[in-house]
Design a protein around this ligand. Structure first.
Ligand code: CA
Length: 221
């Protein structure tokens, strides 16, 4: 499984990213400054680098430039504050593969990580996810169950996608919350249950099994 280096000085963000990547089966390491990022990333032990732009000791752009100057072709996804997206697009020309504006949802990051690890293709190869008789088209964002197509809200779509990417697995409320709502969510704690109820109503209650005291599991039916 791929080994991912996270260079991020805000601990709550690096923890959020690390937790999600580990749950998705990756191994990770975290560094909190640019000098360590360059040191670790150039060592050859990592398959991908998630690189914050605003890092102490050496900023993300300098890290990236130095890496490329050293001949490293490690895939890099830059993370940047929304108000410095223009700078980051300039950074892409400096050799980054992709960027994400903060705050981002974990599902967005994971999609890009998977894409970069596949070899940097320009489009995702899998556009329809299925589990039993349920399918979700990632392009049109329509779900379908026998006999009907169903429109989902943005949040319902993100939640359905997370379930379909992890069929038959128990997903805890914490994992669902961090992947679908993001680390900056501070609303009602039962929001996951509320949205699972929406999906049950739209897609069939029997598909989403409750794992008492833990979370939910998408069944293959
Ligand atoms: Ca930062």
């Amino acid at each position: 499984m791929a080994n991912i280096l996270i260079a991020e000085d805000e601990e709550r963000i690096s923890r959020f990213i690390e937790k999600g990547l580990k749950a998705a089966g990756f191994t990770t390491a975290v560094v909190a400054d640019g000098v360590s990022a360059l040191d670790y990333a150039s060592g050859g032990d990592f398959n991908l680098l998630i690189l914050d732009v605003g890092l102490p000791r050496m900023d993300g752009f300098v890290v990236l430039k130095s890496l490329r100057a050293m001949g490293s072709d490690i895939p890099v996804i830059m993370c940047t504050a929304r108000d410095s997206v223009t700078d980051t697009v300039a950074g892409l020309e400096g050799g980054a593969d992709d960027y994400l504006a903060k705050p981002f949802r974990f599902a967005e990051l994971l999609a890009r990580v998977k894409l970069r690890l596949r070899g940097g293709g320009t489009e995702a190869t899998q556009t329809v996810l299925t589990c039993g008789s349920l399918s979700l088209d990632l392009t049109t964002r329509l779900a379908s169950v026998p006999g009907k197509e169903v429109e989902l809200s943005a949040r319902e779509f993100a939640l359905a996608r997370t379930f379909l990417e992890n069929p038959n697995q128990v997903l805890t409320r914490d994992v669902l919350l961090s992947r679908v709502w993001g680390y900056d969510y501070d609303g009602a704690s039962n929001v996951v249950d509320v949205y699972v109820r929406y999906l049950r109503t739209k897609l069939g209650a029997e598909r989403f099994a409750t794992v008492r005291g833990v979370g939910y599991r998408l069944l293959e039916i």
